[in-house]
Design a binder for this molecule. Structure first.
Ligand SMILES: Nc1ncnc2c1ncn2[C@@H]1O[C@H](COP(=O)(O)OP(=O)(O)OP(=O)(O)O)[C@@H](O)[C@H]1O
Length: 278
């Protein structure tokens, strides 16, 4: 994690944490020129940042996600836990700008993501859903599909690289030609993950990617994500939703919890309580 001590506690502020001090870095703006500001902004800006993002149920208007601040910095591996139905998926999908927000905004490297840049943003901050949706056809067809979309027109499918991903996940060299409809749940999840990884996102938002997988597939998925992260640790980040405490320890260095649509970071609160944060 590259976050400065000053920025960590202030990274989350939800309706549930009102009244806590906001420890966002403070500087005397009058001392800085515009150019200074621009370069500081670019260097220090989180990879992805949510400012008061909120979601409400369409019919009853109840809070699904209370107004939430969150910053994900390059190099971070965050893990999100919380009871079923507490809003973990709602939060990740909101952060990925997959569902319309009922408030707030998302910034990418310090810039607000406009409607016209949303598809571009989703390319770099990718959400992997719990239940993979594969297309009819072969594994290779599924991997080729994203390259048919306009947003990936500058990229090309690389079969050798795809084989290397599958080899790292313990799959045989003919795996690309397997029919997607014949795959097990674990294999389908591996395909869905490789389909995302080959596109070189900066951040992966992983929504229980190993739920109901056998231990071997769990290890394969974890190894694939770890390998992708290690290739560019200072430029990549993950948020991983898990119900498994042992997995949470393995895949995340920063621990977040969700409770009734309110995101909290217990370690940051403890740091406040102990006076460790500035
Ligand atoms: N589009 C929507 N409209 C209305 N309610 C929704 C919508 N999406 C999710 N919800 C509700 O929001 C709550 C949180 O759902 P969410 O899927 O985020 O939970 P979760 O914490 O990810 O649960 P799990 O651990 O079981 O996956 C649930 O009560 C769900 O029914």
């Amino acid at each position: 994690m590259t976050a400065e001590a000053a920025s960590v506690p202030g990274q989350i502020r939800t309706a549930g944490s009102r009244g806590q001090p906001d420890a966002r870095p403070v500087c005397n703006l009058s001392m800085l020129t515009h150019n200074h500001l621009s370069s500081l902004h670019a260097e220090n800006a989180p990879l992805a940042e949510a400012n008061r993002i909120a979601r409400r149920g369409a019919r009853r208007g109840q809070w699904l996600l209370h107004p939430t601040d969150f910053a994900l910095r390059a190099g971070e591996r965050a893990v999100l836990t919380g009871p079923s139905g507490s809003g973990k998926s709602v939060f990740l999908r909101a952060l990925a700008l997959l569902d319309p927000l009922d408030g707030g905004e998302v910034r990418w490297h310090g810039e607000a993501v406009s409607r016209s840049r949303m598809v571009h943003y989703r390319r770099h901050v990718a959400y992997l859903r719990q239940r993979p949706a594969l297309l009819d056809g072969s594994v290779e067809d599924n991997l080729r599909y994203p390259y048919t979309l306009a947003v990936y027109r500058d990229a090309q499918f690389d079969a050798a690289r795809a084989r290397a991903f599958f080899a790292a996940a313990g799959r045989a060299s003919d795996f690309l030609s397997r029919d997607a409809s014949d795959l097990s749940g674990g294999e389908a999840q591996i395909v869905a993950l490789v389909r995302v990884l080959q596109l070189d996102p900066e951040a992966l938002l992983l929504d229980e990617p190993t739920a109901s997988l056998d231990p071997e597939s769990v290890r394969a998925v974890e190894a694939l994500v770890a390998g992708w992260f290690d290739q560019a640790r200072t430029a990549r980040a993950t948020v991983w939703v898990s119900h498994d405490p042992a997995q949470a320890q393995r895949v995340g260095a920063r621990h977040l919890t969700m409770r009734e649509g309110m995101l909290e970071e217990p370690a940051a609160r403890a740091a406040y309580a102990q006076g460790a944060a500035p």
